[in-house]
Design a protein around this ligand. Structure first.
Ligand SMILES: Nc1ncnc2c1ncn2[C@@H]1O[C@H](COP(=O)(O)OP(=O)(O)OP(=O)(O)O)[C@@H](O)[C@H]1O
Ligand SMILES: [Mg+2]
Length: 395
């Protein structure tokens, strides 16, 4: 055995260039056996290799053990040519390297956040799962209403995996010639399978729109089949994330291709408040003001919260004296799609009605002392005014 030790040592060194838990475990076993049999010098040399590999793992930007997709395929660099649509020369995908991907997970309600963290941590223990012959999920479909952070989430997952993201908008692959569409899909997957990457198929439902063309039934079937086969071919090669707003349009056969399906819901009132605080920074608002803003755009998406925050920043920087209520009325007037119609009508009708609606809201349970300052009043003047209204109501 010692006759071949230099070869064994070289083997271990090469394996530890891309260390994963399984390799480290086996080299460690060899080291311990050598130690037991008294080959201290050889054991020490393996120990040296192990400790530098460990330092490498600790310094690695990726939290995922280097294995599976990471070890398959060529490395993608900024010089790698991206395939293009032959007809129009438009690139079939956009490449995002880890440095360009978001490091913050989108803000979600606790149950969604925990579910996503558990998938990601499953991927991080990939090698452990392989040791017991369990294959972790390698594809994930993210769906839900527009603007809820789905694309952002998919990119963040790519960042966690530590690989470049090959982002293809399905709409962009579709050509007026269905034959070209199939070829584009084939070329895109061939590209993704060749390199170490996460394939992100955004606006995945675009493919379903093809079905509406009754004249092209045969060709459409072929496109869908190409997609199904491509998804199957991808299974062994790397992670694939599909994102869609219209999950109901997807063929059940496509659904089945995804190991995990995550629905992203609109933010709850608490999550909306959290999002507003993040988007409004560095401007600071009180808890009550944030709660008031969340109430105004209740049932909207994270993208709407981002839009409102930009609006507020502009208003407060340009007109320092602005009142939050006045700015919100203006926002409601000019963003009819972002503020519920019932609320908008009352907000714009009169302050009395506006205040009454806030005080009657069961979810937010505003108190008079919270609301008075928003409308530039003291609590006692507000309660006097409310009493006066009650009197008038009685008349
Ligand atoms: N939950 C969230 N946490 C953090 N940012 C969010 C969240 N929801 C939306 N955003 C922000 O809103 C914008 C739109 O998000 P994104 O594009 O990820 O949404 P989407 O669900 O993919 O929308 P669409 O369905 O329209 O493609 C981004 O700037 C994103 O950062
Ligand atoms: Mg999106």
């Amino acid at each position: 055995m010692l006759k071949y030790f230099s070869i064994i040592q070289a083997l271990c060194r090469s394996a530890l260039v891309n260390p994963n838990e399984a390799v480290v475990h086996q080299v460690n076993r060899l080291k311990e056996s050598l130690e037991k049999d008294g080959y201290d010098k050889e054991a020490k040399s393996l120990e040296g290799l192990l400790s530098s590999a460990k330092a490498g793992i600790d310094m690695s930007p990726s939290k995922i053990q280097k294995s599976f997709v990471v070890s398959k395929g060529e490395e993608l660099t900024i010089r790698t040519p991206v395939p293009v649509d032959k007809e129009t020369s438009t690139p079939l995908a956009e490449i995002f390297f880890p440095a360009d991907l978001p490091s913050e997970m989108p803000v979600f309600d606790d149950n969604i956040r925990l579910a996503i963290q558990s998938i990601v941590s499953e991927w991080m223990k990939f090698d452990l799962l392989l040791e017991i012959n369990a294959t972790p999920a390698s594809s994930c479909l993210i769906y839900g209403v527009p603007g809820t952070g789905k694309t952002h989430l998919a990119k963040w997952i790519g960042k966690q995996i530590g690989l470049p993201v090959v982002l293809a908008r399905l709409e962009g692959l579709m050509s007026s010639f269905l034959g070209t569409t199939s070829r584009n899909i084939g070329n895109l997957f061939a590209f993704a399978n060749r390199y170490q990457c996460v394939l992100l198929l955004d606006e995945f439902d675009a493919i379903a729109k093809l079905r509406n063309d009754p004249q092209e039934v045969g060709e459409v079937k072929r496109v869908v089949n190409t997609l199904l086969q491509s998804l199957d071919s991808r299974h062994e090669r790397g992670f694939t994330i599909g994102v869609t707003n219209h999950e109901s349009l997807l063929d059940p056969a496509i659904w089945r291709r995804f190991d995990i399906q995550v629905e992203i819901l609109k933010p709850s009132p608490e999550t909306m408040m959290h999002l507003l605080k993040i988007f409004l920074a560095p401007l600071e608002f009180s808890e009550i003001e944030i709660k008031f803003l969340a109430w105004c755009i209740e049932d909207s998406s994270g993208a709407d919260a981002e839009m409102l925050s930009k609006w507020l920043k502009r208003a407060f920087v340009l007109e320092k004296e602005s009142s939050l209520v006045a700015v919100m009325k203006q926002f409601a007037l000019l963003n009819s799609g972002r503020v519920n119609a019932g609320k908008r009508n009352i907000m714009l009708r009169s302050d009395e009605d506006f205040i009454a609606m806030l005080l009657n809201d069961k979810t937010y349970s505003f108190k008079q002392k919270d609301i008075a300052p928003l409308f530039g009043m003291t609590q006692s003047s507000l309660s006097k005014q409310l009493a006066k209204f009650k009197e008038t109501d009685k008349i």
